[in-house]
Design a protein around this ligand. Structure first.
Ligand code: SFD
Ligand code: AMP
Length: 608
């Protein structure tokens, strides 16, 4: 196996929406810098937008006076039950329109409202696009901006400086096609490696194994890499559960907002606001927010399901009454979630005549949808209070280490456009950082490089030695495969940390037992075997998923209240408790001892 060492000024890990934004903007400000982007897949079709999207869910429309950044802060604050970093939300909102205008300039077809001449709205914040080719269009701009794109290289570890363990120095990884070991040395690193699926057991198992709403290749690298480098994390307990079309996981936004479809219980009753007063008793006046918060909509559905009044139906058949609407409904899935169209075809569902079942998904870990897990980052200097500002926008608590998109916590509802925008903000700040520190060059020791090389390829060694002990099949006395271990992880998280199999419910005793089981799984990771490079990639994705899961569990244990019903219920603390928990839950992992430290950070209101 060859070794390659790459020197650069700025290293971008992950070429999804945020990574592409970082690449574009870093080049704009850092004309002469050596900017490198590393992607485990192929940026033209990588990340959550690989399949395309049918809407851009974050657009203010400021040129038409549709919304202000302050409006957006109020919306996200209400939707997240009071807890968002208002400085980060505001910063996204004030810049996101310019991002969308760039997309249009680069060739993304955005749909116009013929009467107003504005972009056609799906909802207050969402606009409609013909988005099958969204990712290739965005990726082209990023590829033109950077010095070089390294496709098909999986980053496994972030590396810190030999003399300052809290200063980033680069990253290591391997070529998933040729097995080359890579050592990237960089003055600043921007992690944009997406969210996490398959932490919790998906609803689709067996014949549908692997199907999830969020991309199965969102493997928690953003969190696994950052936590391993000692970065402070926030809101990892803010798991996201989304209401989706059953089996195909088709999104619901276009149906509720653009097509104005209604969901009912099995007996035809519109249940969404039915439990408002019961919810108020537990969760306070957040129930009065408009729109009704995402987690409370889930909670209402959950109550119907618990009462046995399901299936829940989305009445597509009541709204597809014109050719235009029918096209919109079909294009929604053909652009973004083809599996739903396939489910319709294979289950004899014609949406014009038959309603579709809705169901709540398994939990995901993300920083860009109706949730805000991720790294604790500095905000912009002109907006952030001193508690939220330490020099460079979107820099984590590790010097020179930046993040964007799903990587960054505290700022929900970024979606694709906001993630690209946050990448731009991080890219610009990383250029400042490199220029301000032009005389310092972080170092990674050669010994460290050699140790990493051995560690990264160990699963292949495990396979080579251990396979001789197998007489039949895949059950080995000395190793386990990544796909066996991921099923074990999903089972632990589902049963102890509030997955769909436990009705999203957990308590302290369950969580403590879950921790014991997770610790045993962590010990067994030393015995993962990889038969080939593809399996080696699965092995490292698993590592990142397990670290992410540990953070989720520790955070869930620490927050002694139910803040987001419909996402997770602490049965031992069933109420929302603003007196004690109107705060961010943050954590720091100590890589030398393996201990987690959890603590509170203030949630400061900036917009009235
Ligand atoms: O409605 C490594 N999203 C939607 N956003 C919208 O704006 N409109 C919609 O209509 C959306 N819908 C939707 C969405 C997503 C999905 C899957 C569906 C439907 C079916 C959300 C956005 O897609 C999401 O917010 C952004 O994409 C987040 O951006 P970012 O950059 O944080 O994540 P990414 O795009 O997945 O990119 C991550 C990249 O990192 C790579 N990577 N590379 C090297 N080494 C490693 N170790 C790596 N680990 C990961 C990945 O390959 C990827 O390229 S709706 O349903 O909500
Ligand atoms: P989804 O398709 O569920 O990912 O949602 C796409 C967008 O529509 C997101 O911005 C959601 O917050 C929003 N959305 C979805 N359903 C509703 C609803 N019933 N009411 C208000 N907003 C919604």
């Amino acid at each position: 196996m060859k070794t390659k060492t790459i020197e650069c000024d700025i290293l971008i890990v992950g070429g999804g929406m945020a990574g592409c934004g970082a690449a574009y903007e870093a080049r704009y400000w850092g004309r002469n810098l050596n900017i490198v982007l590393v992607e485990k897949a192929q940026i033209e079709r990588s990340g959550a937008v690989a399949m395309g999207l049918s809407a851009i869910n974050c657009y203010m429309g400021m040129r038409w006076n549709e919304n202000t950044p302050e409006d957006f802060v109020r919306y996200t604050r209400n939707d997240l039950m009071g807890l968002v970093r208002e400085d980060l939300e505001f910063d996204i909102a004030r810049h996101v329109d310019s991002t969308v205008h760039l997309f249009e300039e680069w060739g993304l077809p955005i749909i116009y409202d013929q009467q107003t001449g504005h972009y056609k709205r799906e909802g207050r914040w969402q606009i409609l696009i013909h988005g099958e080719s969204y990712k290739p269009i965005v990726a082209e701009a990023a590829a033109k901006a950077v010095t070089k794109v390294y496709n098909r290289i999986m980053i496994t570890h972030l590396l810190t400086d030999t003399s300052n363990p809290n200063r980033i120095a680069g990253a290591s990884g391997f070529g998933v096609r040729d097995g080359t070991f890579y050592l990237f040395r960089a003055k600043a690193v921007i992690v944009a490696a997406g969210g996490a699926t398959h932490i919790f057991r998906p609803r689709s198992v067996g014949e549908g194994a692997g199907r999830t709403w969020y991309a199965p290749w969102s493997t928690g690298s953003a969190y696994g890499l950052l936590i391993g480098a000692g970065a402070e994390m926030t809101q990892m307990e803010n798991k996201l559960v989304v209401t989706r079309f059953k089996d195909g996981y088709g999104p619901v936004g276009a149906w509720f907002l653009a097509l104005k479809a209604v969901a009912t219980n099995a007996y035809g009753e519109d249940y969404e606001l039915k439990y408002k007063e019961d919810q108020r008793a537990l969760y306070g006046n957040y129930v009065d927010a408009k729109p009704f918060p995402t987690c409370l909509r889930n909670d209402a559905m959950y109550r119907e399901i618990k009462a046995g009044r399901y299936p829940i139906y989305l009445h597509t058949e009541r709204v597809l009454d014109t050719r235009e609407k029918e096209e919109l409904g079909h294009e929604d899935f053909l652009d973004m979630t083809m599996s739903q169209t396939i489910v319709w075809a294979s289950q004899n569902i014609d949406p014009k005549t038959t309603p579709s079942e809705l169901l709540m998904s398994e939990p995901y870990i993300m920083g860009s949808h109706a949730t805000c897990s991720g790294a604790w980052a500095s905000g912009p200097e002109d907006v952030s209070p001193k508690e939220y500002f330490w020099g460079y926008n979107r820099m984590t608590t590790v010097e020179g280490l930046f993040g964007a998109g799903d990587t960054i916590g505290g700022s929900a509802h970024k979606f694709s456009s906001g993630s690209f925008t946050e990448g731009r903000l991080a890219g610009k700040a990383a250029v400042s950082y490199v220029m301000d520190h032009s005389d310092s060059k972080p170092e990674v020791s050669d010994r460290k490089g050699e140790e990493l090389r051995k560690e990264i390829f160990q699963p292949m060694e495990n396979f080579k030695l251990g396979r001789n002990l197998i007489t039949k099949g895949t059950v080995s006395p000395s190793y386990l495969y990544a796909d066996q271990a991921v099923v074990r992880l999903e089972k632990i998280m589902d049963e102890y940390v509030g997955g769909w199999g436990s009705m999203y419910t957990t308590n302290e005793i369950l969580l403590n037992r879950g921790w014991e089981l997770l610790t045993m799984l962590r010990e067994d990771l030393a015995h993962i075997a990889a038969e080939n490079l593809h399996q080696l990639q699965r092995a490292w994705e698993l590592h990142h998923r397990v670290v992410t899961a540990e953070a989720v569990l520790r955070h869930t244990l620490f927050r002694k209240e139910t803040r987001w019903p419909g996402y997770c219920y602490r049965a031992d603390f069933p109420k929302l408790d603003d007196d004690n928990w109107h705060v961010f839950v943050n954590s720091k992992y100590d890589r030398s001892t393996g201990n987690w430290k959890l603590f509170k950070r203030p949630c400061i209101r900036l917009v009235s």
